[in-house]
Write a protein that binds this ligand. Structure first.
Ligand code: NAP
Length: 483
């Protein structure tokens, strides 16, 4: 049976998918247009799946008797995978989103690795370029798969401490060399026709096993603060692997999707590395982010708890407030209450701005999305480099559920794992209020001297509950005046 689907139809469908990916990505560059960008890119993905089916159907089914079975299996996989993703996506908590992204990223890498496995285990005859590209895609996809799973475990708190041992970097280097050597050997055997030391299927299994171990070994030693860079690197790896396998399958939709994800991941990696003031090699090979022996004795002052109502009223009478949101705000789902409080004090004449650190939260852009969700206008939101000089002339810095991104140790303490990372200058404001539940540390696991500073008061409690008390106190002022 020959199904008549012209190459033009398939090409046009691919083109539409590519356009939707890029347009969606463009819209994702601003928090205002990001939600619609996600829908557009999602539709692009649907069109890309359609293009792939059209491509398969255009193949002469008579030459491939197993085709109807394969299509049936693909449809079943789509229904199960799509259904699961829909269900998980609906029920996942906002704070567990980074873990979910890590898992999905790993699935992308795994899928690219699986395509490569089908190609390598199958008895197809590959040209040299195709074989090299397949092996590269297999390596990068497998590394991204196992590395992302370790990143998930770290983000989820399943793996709490970085795993280190003596001579680890040399060991990791040797495993990587072994993987490359096995890949090179497969290439040599396939092209020369020489008899391999091991049967080909076993050699291919060894190659995949080594690549998977590489991903695990690369990620295990990476500690606390540098996960944003690692997540972005695996994002770029997955895109690259998918793009390479798209080339092997000669599937334009896969190639374009892979290239778009790979390029976006690469840009994100560079941005995240810049935000942490680290080079990528520094993150991957120097165990950056390790909590070394931190000189806690150097911290002077004491923690000074104050009442939420008093802090709220103080801000109501301030002339300027800069808010620094962090992971705890997302954990408390306090964004709506925060904006309610902001609207209240703004209507009383207080100038209010939001300062966003690029690695605040647990996912690049998480704070922007959180504030956009609460309806905070984009012109109130400022990135680190645009607002940092303003803290010194600001009455109050309200640090809400943030910790590492305002830790002054990053400027001065060479023993700190976040030394060198640019931070938000909250400590330079005339008064600082820090909202957090207790003495919990941030993601990097270090003490924050800001909390002990002369100009800093602690407002203890869940961010949402604290904000509710602040709102009540400020509203109470209005009704007291009216009475
Ligand atoms: P953070 O340093 O992790 O600190 C969050 C603070 O929020 C904690 O000290 C915690 O203290 C408080 N908190 C938790 N739940 C709360 C609640 N319900 N109400 C009020 N406070 C609550 O957060 P951050 O300042 O946003 O810094 C982000 C960190 O994560 C950086 O180290 C960054 O490198 C890392 N990271 C970022 C990404 C990314 O892509 N953005 C990815 C992975 C890792 P209590 O326990 O005392 O309440």
């Amino acid at each position: 049976m020959l199904i008549q689907i012209s190459q033009l139809t398939i090409g046009a469908t691919d083109l539409i998918a590519a356009f939707l990916f890029m347009y969606g990505l463009k819209r994702m560059s601003s928090p205002v247009t990001a939600p619609s960008g996600i829908y557009v890119a999602g539709i692009g993905m649907l069109v890309a799946v359609l293009a792939s089916f059209l491509y398969i159907l255009s193949v002469d089914a008579a030459a491939k008797p197993q085709l109807p079975i394969n299509i049936g299996l693909a449809v079943i996989a789509l229904i199960i995978g799509g259904g699961l993703a829909w269900w998980v996506g609906k029920k996942v908590a906002m704070t567990a989103m980074p873990q979910m992204v890590a898992i999905y990223n790993g699935m992308g890498g795994g899928a690219a690795g699986a395509i490569a496995a089908v190609e390598l285990f199958g008895d197809k005859t590959h040209g040299l370029t195709q074989l090299v590209v397949t092996l590269l895609g297999a390596l990068i996809g497998a590394v991204s798969f196992s590395g992302s799973l370790i990143a998930w475990a770290k983000l989820d708190g399943v793996l709490k401490n970085p795993l280190r041992f003596r001579g680890q970097q040399i060991f990791n280097g040797l495993v990587m060399l072994l993987t490359l050597a096995v890949g090179g050997y497969i290439l040599f055997i396939t092209k020369s026709g020489a008899t391999p030391l091991l049967p080909m299927p076993q050699l291919t299994e060894l190659f995949f096993a080594c690549a998977l171990v590489c991903g695990i070994l690369m990620t295990l030693p990476i500690g606390g603060a540098d996960m944003p860079v690692v997540i972005s690197i695996y994002n770029a790896f997955t895109g690259l692997a998918v793009g390479l396998e798209g080339f092997v399958l000669q599937n334009p939709a896969l190639m374009i999707a892979g290239m778009v994800v790979g390029a976006a991941g690469l840009l994100l990696t560079l941005l995240m590395a810049k935000a942490m003031n680290r080079s990528i090699s520094n993150v991957l090979f120097t165990n950056f982010g390790t909590p070394k022996k931190h000189k806690q004795g150097a911290i002077k002052g004491s923690l000074k708890p104050v009442d939420a109502a008093d802090a709220g009223i103080f801000m109501r009478y301030a002339s300027s407030v800069i808010i620094v949101p962090g992971y705890g705000l997302a954990a408390a789902q306090g964004q709506q209450k925060l904006y309610e409080f902001v609207k209240l004090i703004k209507s009383a004449g207080v100038s209010v701005k939001f300062a966003i650190h690029p690695v605040a939260g647990r996912m690049p852009g998480q704070m922007d999305v959180l504030l956009a969700e609460a309806g905070v206008p984009y012109d109130m939101i400022f990135q680190l480099e645009d607002i940092n000089d303003e803290f010194a002339n600001t009455d109050v810095a309200l640090v809400i559920g943030a910790n590492d991104v305002v830790n002054p140790a990053a400027r001065t303490d060479k023993s700190s794992p976040i030394y060198g990372m640019p931070i938000l200058n909250a400590d330079k404001a005339k008064k600082v209020y820090v909202v957090k539940r207790g003495e919990g540390k941030g993601y990097a696991g270090i003490v924050n001297a800001l909390f002990y500073a002369e100009n800093c008061d602690m407002v203890y409690g869940d961010a949402q509950a604290v904000l509710a008390k602040m709102i009540e106190a400020v509203r109470g002022l209005g009704s007291a005046k009216a009475a």
